[in-house]
Unconditional design. Sequence first.
Length: 431
Amino acid sequence: MEQVSRLVGRNFSAVGGELQVAGVPITQIVAEFGTPLFVYAGDVLDRTWAVLRRSFPARFGISYSVKANPNLALVQRFVSKGCGLEVASSGEIALARAAGCPAAEILFAGPGKTDAELEHALIERIGEIHVESLMEATRVSSIAGRLGIKAPVALRVNPVADAQGGAMRMGGKPAPFGIDEECLGEAVDKVMSDPALDLRGLHLFAGTQILNHEVLLRQYRKGIELARAVSQQVSRPLTTLDFGGGLGIPYFPAERELDMGALQSGLDQLLAEGQGDQLLRDTRFVIEPGRYLVGEAGIYVARVVDVKVSRGKTFVIVDGGMNHHLAASGNLGQVIKRSFPIAILNKIDRDGGEPTDVVGPLCTPLDTLGRDVHLPAVDVNDLVGIFQSGAYGLTASPIHFLSHPTPAEILVERGRAQEIRRRGDPALRFS
């Protein structure tokens, strides 16, 4: 309850015991659009962007990681603020272009790019293809040669273990992501000797869901060290140094939000140390936040359809589940399953009671959205809300399981709720 109160106080409000999203009562939203649904607060999106942009020096470009939430309206919102986009498929390239992102501001990463996707990226003339292996570099070269163009590439690096951190480590061990740091010199030589490839930079992504600013700063320092070494090897500054994403948000009671003030101070010191460094003088730094930008703005809302007691255990059954929000069920990477912040949105001011499980409508025990959560007395038609749900929700979930309709997505701002994806629509929309 303490965590829910903290999130409501920071990002939303409550009137008469009912949650308000950007000034609109949650019951009003569900009366118009039904349940289940994802609700996003526009003011929270804007405030988070402002904090991020203020915390990172102007030298850092920001590229939103589309995989976190590819809703077209949200992607367009960030593009309109001057944000670039990081994509990981041909579909996301098409989405980025539909959102109005300039091709030069699109970065394409991912370990399994097909020839068709690489050709699509090259024809679109996107900013960079982030190469994950020497074989991929050869394939990019072959396609670029056939098209008669020079391919802009960056090398994604799988750094050594001392640069790791976060809830999910992306490197520092055998991995499908990137070129092992100890093989980087060889990869640089190969790319530089290929007339169809234009080596523009490095991409370092060591982990995700990082809440410790010191871990991020250590990774950034490692990236600068690698960029200096490569710049020395090729006798020129790199165009870009991409530090990846990794900025986290607090999901669980023991977690606290990332200290952006301390991160800003550390970044200022890091840049001051490298001032005048000729090996980095023209290098543009880039970060790729996803979860950090959208996670806190979103709430998943489902309606209670039944309350039952089985052998002394209370179950609250709602009309949506892991088919819409796999991450909240703990089945998207959690080893020890823990519950996201969860509350009864029309009784937001009431204290919790006995431990209760919140479960969805699917025919599997995996469909559990909350385990032993302390909720007030729950009635049929109450509204269950799962906070921190703006990232890795709908499109990271098995939406076709049991053929339930996909939920609506609603953007609320300035006292108005707008449907940005209709119930039953495909998870990805390009118009």
